[in-house]
Design a protein around this ligand. Sequence first.
Ligand code: C2E
Ligand code: CA
Ligand code: CA
Length: 668
Amino acid sequence: MGRSWSSSAAGTRLFVTYAVASLVPVVALGAVLAQGSRQDGIERGLEHGRAQAAVVEEMAIAPALHGEDLAGGLTAQERRRLQTATDLAVFRGSVDRLRLRDFSGAVVFSDDGWLSGSPGAIDPGNDWSVPPDHPAFQTAAAGATDVQIVDGGSSGRAVRVLQPIVADSSGRSVGVLEILLPYEAVAADVEAATARDYWRLGAGLALLYVVLAGISWSATRRLRRQAAQAAHDALHDPLTGLPNREMFRRRVEEATRRSGSCAVVLVDLDRFKEVNDTLGHHAGDELLRLVADRLAGTLRADDTVARLGGDEFGLLLPGVSHPGAARDLVELVSEQLSTDVVLDGVPLTIEASFGIALHPADGDDVETLLKRADAAMYQGKRGTTGIVVFDPALAAAPSSRLITAHEVRRALEAGELRLHYQPKVDLRTGRTGGVEALLRWQHPDRGLLPPGEFLPAVEHSGIMGPLTEWVITQALVDCAAWSAEGRDWSVAVNVSVRNLEQPEFAATVVRLAADTGVPPQRLVLEVTETALPVDLGATARTLATLAAHGFGTSLDDFGVGYASLSHLRSLELAEVKIDRSFVAGVGVNAEDGEVVRSLVQLAHGLGLTVCAEGVETAAAAEWLRDAGCDRAQGFFFSRPRPWPALPPGGVPDPAGSRPPTPSLEMTP
Ligand code: C2E
Ligand code: CA
Ligand code: CA
């Protein structure tokens, strides 16, 4: 409300500015036109005087003359006739004063009877009269007419006309008529014409101004509407019409500034991706709109629902300060949300995880509140309850905090993942035949994280695919790099059964190897035995395809799972890796020794090579070699490292013979 008022006030201001600004050129134009019109009026007045003088000359003066040059003087008859005509004109008021002069300037007739005694003399009483060398007189003597508005002395302002006298039809001029016409008549004419012009001009300009103002009014209104629309779009989600993340942040900020309590709730739909993937984006959009409606429908009037992006929504509940109260409110929302819906003919139950953070208990700035609500929400996603209020105990022990698939995706995109490599040593030659790639996360706050800290979160998410693709690519790129340095190591990568179940996985591996130019024989794919599903179908097919292309395949953590012999035989494998839980006991524990020995025999019997994991001592290495184990891996030879830090020639590595520690090696 306040916003729209202030924007309309701003619009009015803009319009007024525009209106005032456009008034300036209109007024200036008016001034110029008025000046011109006044000038025109004066011109017309002078023209009027000229015409009047011509009439006097033609009708009164010329008929009274005989047609001889005035220099010869006038006859008595001429003078009498002139006197009669002039008297009449002066009496009628159409002429003020009048004189006839010869070309030398001598006055041969004047209405008041004054005549020059000698040529060129000027009557001192007639200050309106001009001397013969005056340009006006010269003009008239040369046959043209001169008209001026003059100050006629005793007679006030007047129009003075000097014009040639043409006394007969010969067209020859005989002298100069000097005549003073009353100004008032001319002035009245001029005034009337000017006033008329002014009115027209004024009306025209006013109309122009009104049109301009109208245009500017509608333009500013349109601009204002567009600006308001743009402002709205910047803060709202186009799909649902709800406030967007930015607007939500602002609202939360406002709520925390007002210092009352409030709850910030993040809502994330469960399995939204499945709806999108199976029913299509249209259904996905439909679902999001429905969720938006349901969320908005359940909340109180001053609560805020926002769409933060994807399938994530935010709720701001002002005045809620107790975890219990927040939970009660959110439970209502959750109930309302989970009413069944039919989308594209498919009945669905909408489920969501809710993470709640309270102000001021859990934080007093937007950033913290959102982060904590987020943490609580992901806790909800992992656990069984869908509604979780942030628990400070979780924040107090950050290392125990479980990492979310979300965060791993961010790490992958931010390039925070690394590969360390551990040598697989040939026990007969003591040389490194290959290395195993082991994933690490160089976490910005928590340092180098081992896969056990973040892979469990990823295992059942959509990130497993892209993550494995990244690992394989990086491993192949590194393999090409060490090959260029003359190290002929193969590289083993760990893949999830999830990867192997994807029908396009084998093709992806083939493509990646081709892209990096690494021969298939140099890449080994390790799959963990414990993760094998009961139904091996897709996994077996993928492994067979990979083996057919020449890639190596290896069964990891062999011995701890429940893989039956038939499983072993139905998979296209080249190697088994004996789990380190057995290896740790060899040479010390007779039972472990027996298990390892029989596992080696079993594998060899199936035509597989055997690699022992977790070799930590020289004695264990020796024992394994004697037991017929082909390869071994472990801290005794080398800890996992970035490949340039590995011993190039082979092992044992002097550094590897340090007493082993269970903690993870940091990046050198
Ligand atoms: P894994 O495939 O069995 O890898 C061997 C693990 O044993 C590694 O742990 C390695 O650091 C550790 N290890 C090696 N030698 C010794 C030793 O002498 N003593 C002891 N106590 N441990 C040793 P890490 O690196 O923490 O990896 C753990 C597991 O994470 C791996 O077990 C593997 O299953 C999984 N993993 C690692 N990288 C990837 C990956 O890129 N993708 C997938 N899907 N899983 C991976
Ligand atoms: Ca492995
Ligand atoms: Ca293993």
